[in-house]
Design a protein around this ligand. Structure first.
Ligand SMILES: *Cc1c(COP(=O)(O)O)cnc(C)c1O
Length: 393
């Protein structure tokens, strides 16, 4: 085989050709459908935070390479946020690392912490970058499937325990969980923590939806559980909380040795990113509680609007207590294959959604489930619901 006959994409990435988001977004454009596929808001975050970014840019703050770990203002603001909300104290100089969004934090953590062949136990369905990053790091993913139970998806703790072997290096956790909207409870997190301590595992926990919890659910960081502070890499991001997903400001908080390891990988990925935006996000994290409460209330109203509309349109609806996604079951509509359903939906109803099956290794487990994003303007959601109701008739 000549070098141009050999496949260009290497073996570790071959199974991850193009993401479903590219296909579905192209479909949305071609058909003029409302795109409730990808999870980004259709309105920008707070005006004063946009202005803070403009000010930083004009004042020449962050226009050149910022410091590798992130600008001190932002690292201090991240530490203050963790302390204020969760009583978790992190040293801004040694225990906080700013990254190019949570996406880079996930990649850097896995590249830094895994040896080839190490097993990673992760909750399935996965956020779409997990499987690819585990593969790039040479790790082996071991899924533990969240299963429908009433109107939510739940973690089976016995299955989680059984998934851990002598080759397991880390648990990769995501709560609030995308795409199911599940928020792990205190008891579930305590069990995860106990398991991690007992089997001496590292934990990487993706908490980018920490501010989006509803119905009295509470976000509890895994790092706050006994024995977890020294073994947990916590990942956060400004994108979802402040509705600036294009700024790509994320972060890691962890013990010094873990931060140093993640930083070693991070420095050769992007080195640094998002200069002026780092200053703006430092201001965003210091916004009063009223901002976070209003953001949550706005998203809750949107959740209720879309969830009720989907139920009226005939979908089975799982009630998300976190994130800005609602997962549905298409079987009550007489369908069984979510992928085929989503491919046809733009033509049938003028709406784009994402089939959850693509987030599973056990595709059959996710086959009937379809995810809709509700982080869109009320009028857009109302129009989407109006269109989807045509499916019932
Ligand atoms: C959106 C998202 C990310 C990526 O966050 P960025 O800060 O935009 O890189 C990571 N994890 C989950 C679960 C997400 O939904």
């Amino acid at each position: 085989m000549t070098s141009t006959e050999r496949p260009f994409l290497n073996r570790s990435l071959a199974e991850f050709g193009t993401t479903i988001f590219a296909e579905m977004s192209a479909l949305a454009v071609r058909t003029g459908a409302i795109n409730l596929g990808q999870g980004f808001p259709d309105t920008d975050g707070p005006e004063e935070i946009r202005e803070a970014a403009v000010r930083a840019l004009r004042d020449g703050r962050g226009n050149q390479y910022p410091p590798g770990p992130g600008v001190p203002e932002l690292r201090t603001a991240i530490a203050a946020h963790q302390e204020r909300r969760y009583g978790l104290a992190f040293d801004p100089d040694t225990e906080v690392l700013v990254t190019a969004g949570a996406t880079e934090a996930i990649a850097a953590a896995l590249l830094a912490l895994l040896e080839p062949g190490d097993e990673v136990v992760a909750l399935e369905p996965y956020y779409d970058s997990y499987a690819a990053c585990i593969a790039m790091a040479g790790g082996r993913r071991v899924p533990v499937t969240l299963r429908p139970d009433g109107d939510a998806f739940r973690l089976d703790l016995d299955e989680l325990r059984a998934a851990v072997t002598d080759r397991t290096r880390l648990l990769l956790v995501n709560t609030p969980h995308n795409p199911t909207g599940t928020v792990l409870t205190r008891a579930e997190l305590a069990a995860v923590a106990e398991l991690a301590v007992e089997r001496d595992l590292l934990v990487v926990t993706d908490e980018v939806y920490e501010h989006l919890v509803f119905d009295g659910a509470e976000h509890l960081p895994l790092a706050s559980f006994p024995g977890m502070r020294e073994r947990t890499v916590t990942i956060g991001s400004a994108g979802k909380t402040f509705s600036f997903t294009g700024w790509k400001v994320g972060w890691v908080t962890a013990a010094p040795g873990l931060v140093t390891a993640v930083r070693s990988a991070k420095q050769y990925l992007t080195y640094v990113a998002s200069g002026p935006f780092q200053y703006a996000v430092a201001e965003a994290l210091a916004l009063p509680e009223s901002y976070f409460a209003a953001f949550r209330a706005d998203m809750l109203a949107k959740r209720d609007l879309l969830a009720a509309g989907l139920a009226e349109a005939g979908f089975g609806v799982f009630r998300p207590t976190g994130t800005y996604f609602v997962t549905t079951d298409v079987r009550p509509l007489g369908e069984s294959d979510g992928v085929a359903f989503c491919r046809a939906l733009p033509e049938r109803a003028g709406v784009v959604a994402i089939p959850n099956a693509v987030f599973y290794d056990h595709r059959e487990e996710g086959a009937p489930f379809v995810r809709f994003a509700f982080c869109k303007r009320t009028g857009v959601l109302e129009e989407a619901v109006r269109r989807l109701k045509a499916l019932a008739g």
